[in-house]
Design a protein around this ligand. Structure first.
Ligand code: NI
Length: 141
C-alpha cells in the first residue's frame, strides 16, 4: 500500500439520472474521466467561496471603451490609481480606430477588487466591464 500518496479515493452514490447528466456534461466538455471533471467542479466551488468570503484572490477586469470620449481616460486612470494596491499589471489593446480594450490583472481582497470593477463599470462611456474571478491558487493544489 502506498501510504505516502496524497491521492485519496472515495465512492460516490448518485441517482442514475444525475450520473447520466454528469457523464453527458463530461463528454461535452471533453474531460477524460469523471475524476478530472469532479476535481474542476470542486475547485470552481472553492474559488467561488474565496470570493464570497472576501479572501485574498486574483482576477482580471476587462474594459471596453471609446478613447476619444471626453475626460474618460482621466476618470479611468483616477479610479485605477485609487486602487493601485490591487493592480498587478494592465494591458491596453487598440481594438480599432475608436475602441480600446484594457485588461487589468488584480490581486488582493475579493471585495475590494469587486468594488474596483463596479467603479469602473459606473464610469459613463465605459461600454463593457467584466470581472474574471480567479484565485491565487494557494489553496487549490
Ligand atoms: Ni487604445
Amino acid at each position: 500500500m502506498d501510504t505516502g500518496s496524497r491521492i485519496a479515493r472515495f465512492g460516490v452514490s448518485l441517482d442514475r439520472d444525475l450520473l447520466e447528466r454528469f457523464d453527458n456534461y463530461i463528454r461535452e466538455r471533453n474531460y477524460m474521466n469523471r475524476s478530472e471533471a469532479l476535481r474542476d467542479l470542486i475547485r470552481a466551488e472553492l474559488v467561488r467561496k474565496e470570493w464570497e468570503e472576501e479572501r485574498e484572490v486574483a482576477g482580471a477586469i476587462t474594459l471596453v471603451y471609446e478613447h476619444r470620449k471626453r475626460e474618460l481616460l482621466n476618470k479611468i486612470m483616477k479610479t485605477e490609481h485609487d486602487y493601485h494596491h490591487l493592480i498587478v499589471s494592465s494591458q491596453h489593446i487598440h481594438l480599432d480606430h475608436d475602441n480600446c480594450l484594457e485588461i487589468v490583472a488584480c490581486r488582493g481582497n475579493a471585495r475590494e477588487i469587486q468594488r474596483l470593477a463596479n467603479r469602473l463599470r459606473a464610469i459613463k462611456d465605459v461600454r463593457h466591464v467584466s470581472l474574471a474571478m480567479s484565485s491565487t491558487g494557494k489553496e487549490l493544489e
